[in-house]
Design a protein around this ligand. Structure first.
Ligand code: FMN
Length: 319
């Protein structure tokens, strides 16, 4: 897939996910084969002001490239400034979020609310494209609700304004994350524009990822909840796509090694108190695939430091 001057080696990308797609998580997904990475959505106004929390979310390591920095907002000038900061921080792509269903954002007219106004999206994309030299992409949904599908008009406006690709989460804003994604709309979007189209929604396995590409004709598929606790989904999807056969499911010990790597990365990145708070949820995504899940879930609340965590994983993730 070609995004402006940037070549993306294969179609299996990591979907941006708030509270998940932090640097340690992204590095693990890259190690297991994700082609393109993305940060979670960050408020463009905070980025433009170089707010400390926003700058922390905009940290990236060289091994992560190509990685997109995702921002949201409504004011073209402010988003242009935020995009300059994203580029300056070393991201290979600026991704604009016009999909977020969070009420606080929608009430401010941002995120998914902008899908009602394709011309406004076109103005934002044009301002951001003028401000940076890296490719500018956008993440959208099918429309504000199931009766009002605006994604084709939005994508055409963005293409005219210079967007390098469009990524469609195939649900409406009203659907949030519930219900099956509407893949046929991704196929129609692919026919409606000439820029690369990526899509996401309801991809839970390598077979789903390959079926998504075949059925929609999309240039890329972004994997969201399907990679939580299963980073190898990227590698397996690529194998299935290229050879027709995916490698075996990892053993419990291999799952444990991936989890340890993520948690050790989170201890380094967040420090022990925050990493410990995140631990229960993060590790259960991995642990639900091992036979001793129930006992793991009980014991996780007693973990107080990294050494205890390592012991717990060694005990429960045995082949
Ligand atoms: C917990 C969570 C957080 C998300 N955060 C973002 C975000 O910050 N930016 C964004 O563009 N999409 C976000 N998404 C949407 C995903 O990028 C993706 O489009 C969606 O999860 C695809 O559906 P699936 O999980 O059914 O495969 C989020 C999804 C989830 C589940």
């Amino acid at each position: 897939m070609q995004l402006g001057r940037l070549r993306i080696s294969h179609p299996f990308a990591l979907a941006p996910m708030e509270e998940h797609t932090n640097p340690p998580f992204r590095q693990l997904m890259r190690q297991f084969g994700a082609g393109l990475l993305c940060t979670e959505r960050i408020d463009g106004s905070d980025v433009a002001k170089r707010d400390r929390r926003a700058m922390r979310l905009l940290e990236t390591a060289p091994g992560e490239s190509p990685c997109a920095g995702q921002i949201s907002g409504i004011d073209p000038a402010e988003l242009a400034e935020a995009a300059r900061v994203v580029e300056e921080r070393g991201f290979a792509i600026v991704d604009l979020n016009f999909e977020c269903p969070i009420r606080r954002l929608v009430e401010r007219g941002e995120g998914g609310a902008l899908l009602s106004d394709p011309a406004a999206i076109g103005r934002i994309v044009a301002a951001v494209v003028r401000a940076v030299s890296v490719p500018v992409t956008l993440k959208i949904r099918t429309g504000p609700d199931e009766t009002n599908e605006t994604c084709l008009d939005v994508a055409r406006a963005a293409e005219q304004a210079g967007a390098a690709a469009v990524d469609l989460h195939a649900r409406s804003v009203r659907q949030a994350y519930v219900g099956e994604a509407d893949w046929p709309t991704v196929a129609r979007l692919k026919q409606a524009v000439s820029i690369p189209v990526l899509g996401s929604g309801s991809v839970r396995s390598p077979a789903d990822a390959v079926r998504f590409l075949r059925e929609t004709g999309a240039d890329g598929v972004a994997i969201g909840r399907g990679c939580l606790g299963r980073p190898w989904i990227f590698k397996q999807s690529r194998e299935l796509w290229q050879t027709g056969v995916a490698s075996h499911e990892p053993s419990p010990a291999e799952r444990g090694r991936a989890l340890r790597q993520l948690i050790e990365g989170e201890f380094r990145y967040y420090g022990a108190p925050v990493a410990l708070r995140r631990l229960a949820r993060t590790s259960c995504y991995f642990a639900k695939f091992v036979p001793e899940f129930e006992s793991f879930k009980k014991s996780i609340h007693e973990v107080r430091d990294l050494a205890a965590f390592r012991r717990l994983v060694t005990e429960h993730f045995r082949s």
